[in-house]
Design a protein around this ligand. Structure first.
Ligand SMILES: [Zn+2]
Length: 216
């Protein structure tokens, strides 16, 4: 069994455990050479067995096996075509993030891991119909330049150069959302200035941590 199937199975369990999706929501995939392995449609992410990840040829679109891949396959494949550096795509429906962005709250950097892991810009795109060309176009248009996209009235798409990196980004978005929520409730949330962001981007310690995540 391919190593990638094992890693996807492990991360599927963690995504549910951390409350980033509920029920059969969300979908994830990883790329190995010309092949992409996607979560099967209708499955809970923590119940997918290693042999149930649906293998698809990225170049020809050929689908292997009997299971149907996630209905967001077009978005996943579109991202891999748009960004050849990306090895994993994680789409979740994290409740706090979803509530905040759907209420019009914007995400801005306000703690070091935000800058280091999510990047200085995390854009929000307006609601588009899921499972088709509309969402693929809208997400791919932003994913050219960022690694996390927030989808109003829907959820989050996080990408990375490894499954672990994409997962970490998915996790940190929801952690940031919790802090934004608390910050707004308690007063005015102080966000980083441009200078503060630049200083974090230049930290050697962050480069080391980022390099480590890409290889896991
Ligand atoms: Zn979704």
């Amino acid at each position: 069994m391919e190593e990638i199937r094992k890693k996807l199975t492990e991360i599927g369990k963690k995504i549910v455990e951390k409350g980033l999706v509920a029920g059969p929501g969300g979908n994830i995939s990883a790329k190995d050479g010309d092949f992409v392995y996607l979560s099967p449609s209708g499955f809970f992410l923590d119940e997918i067995k290693e042999d149930q990840w649906v293998k698809v040829n990225l170049k020809t679109g050929e689908i292997f096996g009997d299971l149907r891949p996630t209905c967001e396959i077009s978005m996943h494949l579109g991202i891999y075509i748009e960004r050849p550096d990306i090895k994993a795509v994680i789409h979740t429906h994290p409740p706090i993030t979803l509530g905040l962005i759907s209420a019009g709250i914007k995400f801005k950097p306000f703690f070091p891991d935000y800058v280091a892991i999510l990047g200085k810009e995390v854009p929000i795109i307006d609601y588009v119909v899921p499972a088709g060309e509309e969402i693929r176009k809208a997400v791919c248009n932003e994913i050219k330049r960022v690694n996390v996209v927030l989808l109003k009235n829907h959820g989050v798409v996080a990408v990375g150069e490894s499954i672990k990196e994409s997962y970490t980004r998915s996790l940190i978005v929801e952690e940031a959302a919790k802090s934004i929520f608390v910050g707004i409730l308690c007063g005015k949330l102080k966000c980083f200035t441009k200078k503060e962001i630049e200083k974090i981007e230049k930290l050697e310690a962050e480069d080391y941590r980022k390099a480590l995540l890409k290889n896991l």
